[in-house]
Write a protein that binds this ligand. Structure first.
Ligand code: HEC
Length: 225
């Protein structure tokens, strides 16, 4: 027994060690030759439902109700970043909004006014025109003219009611809820207020060029005041 153990023992361990070394060297070699591409997803074996097929928006998607990928929100869902507006579309509700809602911006908030001016230029000028007179490009091309923003109705309209008009629309005035955030709607109201109080300044601004003499614009302005 002893001689056999003495004969077979050390060579067996040696052979095993050699085999192990060979396997390690082979694996390292293969790993070195076949460098994995970390930018690509690994091969998945039976992923089941962990990766669902993506459906392009606004396309036909047979598995969904109605067959379209675009689905209406489930009742009561508030989309991220959207402030719920709990008022109905009618006049009484607009007046209730006028009593209950107030602007988050102070009347002299310069940043809000600057933002409001930008929003007005992009979203309101096409119909209401830059001065709020109601002769924007869309009106010049056939759209029914909106009432002037310096008119008595808009002047006396509380901020909250104007927010209602902007949010849900009114008559031919489109709803801005999906285009403008609540903050932008409040900001543009600041600009409308600025337009309304700039009533006296607007004709003054318009008169000097009509008078002709470029050098006399400043004294002309002085006289108008
Ligand atoms: C597509 C044209 C259009 C655009 C764009 C538009 N409005 Fe109007 N707006 C109207 C019309 C038309 C009315 C009159 C609605 C009515 O008959 O009730 C109106 C009414 C209003 C009123 C109420 C005026 C009143 O005397 O009752 C306010 C305030 C107002 N708009 C502000 C805005 C602001 C601010 C924007 C930009 C965010 C804007 N509108 C964008 C067409 C437009």
């Amino acid at each position: 027994m002893t001689p056999t153990a003495a004969r077979t023992g050390p060579p067996l361990v040696g052979r095993f060690a050699a085999l192990l070394a060979l396997v390690v060297v082979t694996l390292v070699g293969v790993r070195w030759i076949v460098e994995p591409d970390h930018s690509r997803r690994n091969l998945e074996f039976m992923p089941d439902m962990s990766v669902s097929p993506a459906t392009e928006s606004q396309t036909v998607a047979g598995a969904l109700p109605g067959g379209y990928s675009q689905q209406a929100l489930v009742a009561g869902v508030v989309p991220r970043g959207v402030t719920p507006f709990r008022y109905g579309p009618d006049d009484a509700e607009a007046q209730r909004a006028g009593r209950e809602l107030s602007s988050p911006f102070a009347a002299d908030d310069a940043a809000a006014q600057a933002r409001g001016a930008e929003v007005f230029r992009i979203h309101c000028v096409p119909c209401h025109d830059a001065a709020g007179g109601g002769q924007g490009t869309a009106v010049l091309r056939g759209m029914l003219p909106p009432p002037p923003l310096k008119g008595i109705n808009a002047m006396q309209m509380p901020d909250g009611q104007m927010f209602h008009v902007l949010t849900l629309g009114s008559g031919n005035m489109p709803a801005m809820r999906t285009r403008l955030s609540a903050a932008d709607r409040w900001a543009v109201i600041r600009h409308v207020r600025a337009l309304q109080t700039a009533k006296a300044a607007a004709p003054e601004e318009a008169t000097p060029p009509q008078e002709g003499a470029p050098g006399e614009t400043a004294p002309g302005k002085e006289e108008n005041r």
